[in-house]
Design a protein around this ligand. Structure first.
Ligand code: GDP
Ligand code: MG
Length: 166
């Protein structure tokens, strides 16, 4: 960049983003979301399509056990294929959550109509995407979906070169 040595890009952050079964059922929505990820300058570090067993769903959402929506959520998330991404960007966690919008689809439509959940969400359960909500949950969720991936190693060995290329 023209700022030379003054230009000092912030470190990239990793987040776990998931396209949930309601959206994966519609190839055009998956394609639109994939394009949105690229348009917003995320680096796609890894991605895969997968289907959860019910026990995967229960384990991933253990923090919500006992809530009124838990059974619905667990059944929905194991009802069909999903696509998971490890995404890298400056402020990836917050940025992806901004793009997703509020958890509840009707609130999203009212308050943030340009967000993913407002545009594609069907119900409060079937709300199109997941995104980690903190550095700790990103670590845990990346390990849950991509057990072979080493966050620390990526940050030390690969993040500097990706950042230099930003
Ligand atoms: P998120 O981080 O925005 O995905 O929201 P939470 O971590 O609070 O909830 C996890 C998921 O549970 C949400 O994405 C929804 O699919 C579902 N969920 C959360 N709150 C509600 C609710 O009030 N009603 C219903 N039906 N589902 C909910
Ligand atoms: Mg959450």
């Amino acid at each position: 960049g023209s700022l030379g040595p003054l230009r000092c890009a912030k470190a990239l952050q990793l987040t776990l983003a998931v396209i949930k079964p309601d959206a994966v059922a519609h190839p055009l929505i998956v394609e639109a979301l994939h394009q949105k990820i690229l348009a917003h300058k995320f680096i796609i570090v890894k991605s895969k399509d997968l289907v959860w067993r019910k026990q995967d769903s229960e384990k991933f959402y253990a923090e919500h056990e006992g809530r009124f929506f838990y059974q619905r959520l667990v059944e929905f998330m194991s009802s069909g294929p999903m696509r998971a991404y490890i995404l890298a960007r400056e402020d990836a966690i917050g940025y992806w959550r901004e793009l997703m919008g509020p958890t509840k689809v009707y609130r999203a439509r009212y308050s943030s109509p340009n967000t993913i959940r407002a545009q594609y969400g069907l119900t409060d359960t079937r709300n199109t995407t997941h995104g980690s909500d903190s550095v700790e949950s990103a670590q845990r969720e990346i390990a849950f979906f991509f057990p072979e991936f080493h966050v620390q190693e990526w940050m030390e060995r690969l993040e500097p070169s990706f950042r230099a290329g930003q």
